[in-house]
Design a protein. Structure first.
Lengths: 567, 206
């Protein structure tokens, strides 16, 4: 078989159904062999889109997503998507064509050192120069992408490796763990120590992160929290790991978390961090972060221990397995005093909540999100972009199930939503998939609308259009005395744009139109787009300014400051 | 986070593949840590290379670097041997100006330092010295007044003293029976997992 044929044979055997890609010179032999393969190829409009689609596919399904591109610019266009997947531990495999091995390093046409470029943003990468290395590299790439802490792996395959022939031996290509693996799994004594700390705690808080979803530990986390009666705060990527409606759920923590959630963290005597990494958006100023709390950190990546926050009891390994071991030693408890303290700090939060304000004719993004939640009964897969709408989504769409929110957390990649939603829809064709994007991020990758149409995908799109790069504008308002440099943003007529692609579009300017528009779009048999013209200078509250104490939050002014409507 | 910095020596076993050095060096580079010396060479096992990397960083930073090096796929093992009992050696070749009148004194110095003269030319000689860093420093200081024409130094190579080869081959403390490993009755001797986890955290890190 040729190297190109081996690529597809391996992908099929690895269970790959869809590959998101864009052809070009150095990957042509592989595209030629595609004609004989059962794998479905999705033609993207830009290679960045291919990587986000693979990423969205992986996040929606837990399986490895695959992106394919040619050498040179095809490969460099993947960089943002690879970095996004790296920061959010998403298992994707990117296959790039490369110039022939004999001209490597000669600045040949469309040659770029993509393994060098992606070295710090991949979990691992390969350059394959011979057909007989293809199978082993791909099998190992899939294994590495999905195992331990998942992440992106790039396999760069020279044109001669694709064209060359060799015996195909699937079994011989099995990945071997050649390491002398020191097992970091916690000892019985370490687990007992953790249980003792938990049992003694009077004011515990669970910090629930993405690792719960990656490990499939939702059930263990729920049993653990219920047994020991511990409030659960979630990270952005942890949303869905613990049901929003569960009485122990506090909500999201961090920069745009509810004030009482952060207050609870600051006053706790024990933080139990589950598959999260104490990101700066979650901790605020480290010197004042949860000073009174001991920390237990359950984490598969040893390099995360003590990285930002000193941990008293680190437990390294798969979360589900560790919680399984830990649970029998955790004593049932009731923390009624602690709960009343937590509840008392909610104070006037409900009054300040934008949901409880009377309809004053303005359309607020929070209303749109909340109505979307109600209309979809919280069952949709929401894929967000990055910015204000992302935070409103996190605050006002209440996620009950894992993998129901797909969002770029660590890298904060604008333009993520539309392509990632395409990947998510391929992963879960039965699910109702909604893009929630701002007018800024949407314009970054909107050519992928054509991909939706070409693939006949039923993806719904909500554009939260405020005419600004809203989150940046908010920072300018709060921290740069309202000098709006570079943030006012012109948009095309999205309804006409959608129509140009053959997608029905609606524009919504009033709160009363939100539900009917959502209804119309939801029951349309194909893709649909809604342009929500929301309040232009609304801000996301509450907010911990970057680097400030976690408990020092900027709250939504009450009563809401009125601004003249443009109507 | 300001930590007191001191030289940390890492012993890293890696697969002998292209790009491995780059991957490891990159971990130091992106954090702004300077590598003071780095040696790479073959080992007793084919296709396995051994690196000794010395970098002046804080204990917490060293701990994080070590954990990150271990994550690299081509890395077989890594150990920060700074606090272990080790033998450390490097080698230097020093070309010194050696006119007739100073040659005798240079020979005397070479004898005292147990160095060797490996080249003798009409106006210069090359001295080879092997030893711990401070011994080499001392010789260089003594030679400097004679006029050092050229000098080359290898980085340090470090090896633990005694019979144990690596940290991983320590046996676990009996009281610290690993629950998961205890169930896996088949297979090889546990590789001292617990000993490593316990030793894993630098005392009094941030």
């Amino acid at each position: 078989m040729t190297g190109a044929e081996i690529i597809w044979e391996c992908l099929e055997r690895l269970g790959v159904e869809h590959v998101f890609g864009y052809p070009g010179g150095a990957i042509l032999p592989t595209y030629d062999a595609l004609t004989k393969s059962r794998v479905h190829h999705v033609l993207v409009r830009h290679e960045q889109g291919a990587t986000h689609m693979a990423d969205g596919y992986a996040r929606a399904s837990g399986r490895v997503g695959v992106a394919l591109a040619t050498s040179g610019p095809g490969a460099t266009n993947m960089v943002t998507g690879i970095a996004t997947a790296m920061m959010d531990s998403s298992p994707i495999v990117c296959i790039t064509g490369q110039v022939g091995s004999t001209v490597l390093g000669s600045d040949a046409f469309q040659e770029v050192d993509i393994t060098g470029i992606t070295l710090p943003i991949t979990k691992h990468n390969y350059i394959v120069t011979r057909a007989d290395e293809v199978a082993a590299s791909l099998r190992e790439a899939f294994h590495i992408a999905a195992s331990d802490r998942p992440g992106p792996v790039l396999v760069d395959i020279t044109k001669d490796a694709q064209l060359g022939s060799c015996e195909f031996d699937w079994d011989a290509a099995e990945p071997r763990d050649h390491r002398e693996v020191p097992d970091f799994f916690p000892s019985a004594a370490r687990l007992a120590e953790a249980a003792a700390v938990i049992n003694e705690s009077k004011r515990p808080v669970i910090l629930a992160g993405h690792g719960i979803i990656l490990s499939g530990a939702e059930e263990e986390v729920r049993r653990f929290a219920e047994t020991a009666d511990i409030p659960v705060a979630l990270t952005l990527l942890g949303l869905g790991a613990f049901p929003a409606s569960h009485p122990l759920n506090l909500g999201m923590m961090g920069m745009h978390g509810e004030a009482w959630v952060n207050q609870a963290i600051q006053e706790s005597d024990l933080l139990i961090a589950l598959g999260m990494r104490f990101d700066d958006r979650v901790t605020g100023k480290l010197n004042t972060y949860a000073q009174k709390a001991k920390k237990i950190h359950i984490e598969i990546d040893r390099a995360e221990i003590d990285k930002n926050v000193h941990v008293d009891v680190p437990l390294i390994g798969d979360l589900r397995e560790i919680l399984g071991r830990l649970l029998p030693a955790v004593r049932p408890a009731r923390h009624s005093e602690w709960w009343s303290q937590v509840h008392s700090s909610q104070q006037d939060s409900a009054v300040r909540d934008i949901q409880n304000l009377p309809d004053n004719g303005h359309l607020y993004a929070a209303h749109v999100i909340n109505d979307l939640w109600r209309e979809t009964h919280g069952d949709a897969v929401i894929v967000t972009d990055v910015g204000q709408h992302q935070m409103w989504e996190a605050q006002y769409y209440h996620h009950e199930k894992p993998r129901s929110l797909i969002t770029s957390g660590g890298l904060g990649t604008m333009g993520f939503a539309l392509p990632a939603a395409i990947g998510a829809k391929f992963a879960r064709p039965e699910a109702e998939v909604w893009v929630v994007a701002g007018d800024g991020g949407f314009q970054m990758t909107m050519p992928e609308l054509a991909t939706i149409v070409q693939e006949k995908l039923n993806v719904k799109i909500a554009i939260i259009n405020n005419g600004y790069l809203g989150m940046v504008r908010q920072w300018q308002e709060f921290f740069y005395e309202g000098r709006y440099a570079g943030t006012p943003l012109l948009s095309p007529d999205y309804v006409k744009l959608a129509e140009a692609y053959g997608i029905p579009g609606l524009m919504v300017t009033q709160r009363s139109q939100v539900v009917p528009a959502l209804h119309t779009s939801r029951f349309h048999a194909g893709p649909a787009l809604i342009d929500f013209r929301v309040e232009q200078e609304d801000s996301v509250y509450p907010m911990v300014p970057a680097g400030a104490d976690l408990h020092a939050m900027i709250r939504r002014p009450t009563p809401l400051v009125e601004r003249p409507t443009d109507e | 986070m300001s930590e007191r910095e001191r030289p940390h020596a890492f012993v890293v076993y890696v697969e002998n593949k292209p790009g491995v050095l780059n991957r490891i060096a990159s971990l130091f580079r992106r954090r702004g840590y300077n590598i003071e010396s780095l040696t790479v060479g073959h080992t007793e096992r084919s296709n396995v290379s051994r690196m000794t990397i010395v970098s002046s960083i804080g204990d917490g930073a060293a701990h994080r670097v070590e954990a990150n090096i271990y994550k690299l796929v081509n890395v077989l093992s890594v150990e920060d041997v700074t606090q272990a009992t080790t033998i450390s050696r490097s080698l230097a070749l020093v070309k010194v100006a050696a006119p007739e009148e100073s040659r005798h004194r240079l020979m005397e110095i070479v004898r005292v330092f147990r160095a060797r003269v490996v080249d003798l030319a009409p106006r210069s000689l090359i001295i080879e010295i092997t030893g711990a860093e401070d011994k080499i420093h001392a010789l260089v200081d003594v030679l400097r007044p004679f006029g050092i024409l050229e000098m080359v130094r290898t980085g340090q190579v470090v090896m633990r003293r005694g019979a144990q080869e690596r940290a991983e081959i320590r046996s676990p403390k009996p009281a610290e029976e690993n629950p998961r490993r205890a169930e896996q009755k088949a297979g090889a001797e546990p590789r001292g997992a617990n000993a490593l986890v316990e030793a894993d955290r630098p005392a009094g890190s941030v």
